[in-house]
Design a protein around this ligand. Sequence first.
Ligand code: ATP
Length: 308
Amino acid sequence: MNAVEIRGVSKRYGKVTALRQLDLQLAPGEVLGLFGHNGAGKTTTMKLILGLLTPTEGQVQVLGGTPNTPDIRRQLGYLPENVMFYPQLTGRETLHHFARIKGAAGQQADDLLEQVGLAHAVDRRVKTYSKGMRQRLGLAQALLGNPQLLLLDEPTVGLDPIATQDLYILIDTLRQQGTSVVLCSHVLPGVEAHINRAAILAGGQLEASGTLTSLRSEAGLPSRIRASGLQHREQLLQSLGAEGQTPRPLGSDSIELVGSSSGKIALLRQLLEQDQPSDIEIIQPSLEDLYRYYTDRAKQAQAAEGKA
Ligand SMILES: Nc1ncnc2c1ncn2[C@@H]1O[C@H](COP(=O)(O)OP(=O)(O)OP(=O)(O)O)[C@@H](O)[C@H]1O
């Protein structure tokens, strides 16, 4: 049973179509990165999963049931994009309040405050918290009751680099424990190692979905190959240039080459036959490169549709 099953879902707000014929699945213990430009439909997708919105067309199933029934809601954790709390309550009072609503133990609230690094500030009023501290409190709130499905909307906003890293480690741990996670973010660097699959929304439509390996292979974007410690760099630059390659010299003894996914191995072989580099680095297209490729593709398709 999938944790989330979205089939043929469209969502309209009056005249605005926020989502169009969306099909998206999430397996147990899977972390899905949901990416897209402002207004692409990410928050709308989250809210449909939470049952805060109902689809105009299509079906949403969550943990085998209908979203927003009490039984399903208890198994969900949600960190909203703009997390808000009562400013007069302390961090501890806030989390205990949410623990009571969720039927979670008070002890778990205290443990989570410690886990998210707020132990030193539990008795301070939330109005004195920094943005990052409020975000940490929001994360603790989302983790109350050990949810089976965790929805995180822009979880790294306001977090410092160490807290961001800690969040990713926490996501890895939750995944190992079988929790399914949907992670929406505009911050792409650093996230790719912590997701199983990426889904890219553009203009309310799913432009791409798959593992990074499958998206890389579908997009066919080139990798960069860097060879350093070359003995005969000038000769190598000439011979590669003569074959139509465009090698770029770097530093005093290195070069960078661009290789398609199919031509990469041949290029590597050639490098090793003609020289003895001390190091070779292959830089694959990053999540940002893929994101740019798919959003540009969506824009071009929309422009072509507009002209037709
Ligand atoms: N309550 C609403 N009434 C009317 N239009 C809405 C409403 N909520 C969202 N929309 C529209 O639906 C579209 C998708 O919005 P959504 O909030 O899902 O995007 P998003 O991908 O989360 O964007 P962001 O990255 O800016 O948070 C946008 O065009 C937005 O203006």
